[in-house]
Design a protein around this ligand. Sequence first.
Ligand SMILES: NC(=O)c1ccc[n+]([C@@H]2O[C@H](COP(=O)([O-])OP(=O)(O)OC[C@H]3O[C@@H](n4cnc5c(N)ncnc54)[C@H](O)[C@@H]3O)[C@@H](O)[C@H]2O)c1
Length: 252
Amino acid sequence: MAGALEGKVALISGTGSGMGRAGALRFAAEGATVVGCDLNVDGNAETIALVQAAGGKMHGLAPIDLGDFAQCKRWVEFAVETHGRIDILWNNASACVFATIEAMSIEDWDFSIRNELSLVFATTKAAWPHLCADGGVIINTASVAGHGGGPGGIAHSATKAAVLAMTHVMAAEGAPHGIRAVSISPGAIDTPGSAEQLAQPGARDALLGQSLVPRLGLPEDIARAAVFLASDAAEFVTGTDLLVDGGLVNHG
Ligand SMILES: NC(=O)c1ccc[n+]([C@@H]2O[C@H](COP(=O)([O-])OP(=O)(O)OC[C@H]3O[C@@H](n4cnc5c(N)ncnc54)[C@H](O)[C@@H]3O)[C@@H](O)[C@H]2O)c1
């Protein structure tokens, strides 16, 4: 049986870890050719090896720093030169500093804006002419943090709320070109990226106490949702956000 993403060319950022790795494995299993990238050379190479060992198609570039527009363009052009087009762009990669307003330095704030917000714009801008040429799907990873905010999340909530808002604009400007744009808001997902926060005393129990599904999320939960959003089955879905959070936001 054909996979949900058979024959699609899917760019996924941050494929060296967590949800990017799970996404690469899932998308490839659904028939996509995955073009990944990451700052982390070893992590990205490991993901490529895992996808290929499972019989999937993936290649990618690392190190790529998506905070730098020239490197965004290098990644996108590499994909277009190799495959002739882009069908899916999943802006998954990010890095952010978690600190209270008092403790957050201006440098840490600037780092977070660059690596959690500007990279979404810059990568989308680099891919935009190619997506406009043939249509396609943009998936932006937002967060439950973009729907609210708690102590220590000043930069994270600000960037992720902005990602939610930017998705609306991408959908509106993309519609005439056959581009759909959507976001996913993960809840608490067990990844290398969340390990430090989840290791704080009481953090896991507090999150589980607010969740309707009695476990932390797994990267594969997000990957499966992204497959649906990227697929033709979601052709009427654009300009919206999908919470994949075990019920955290609406019932916590
Ligand atoms: N883990 C969670 O609980 C959670 C919850 C909500 C949203 N998210 C979001 O989900 C996405 C994936 O998170 P994760 O937990 O898998 O993170 P992760 O840290 O495990 O993986 C993120 C990857 O992005 C890469 N990256 C960071 N900055 C980059 C840059 N400038 N250029 C290229 N690559 C870069 C990192 O090297 C890393 O490999 C992020 O956007 C994150 O904000 C995570």
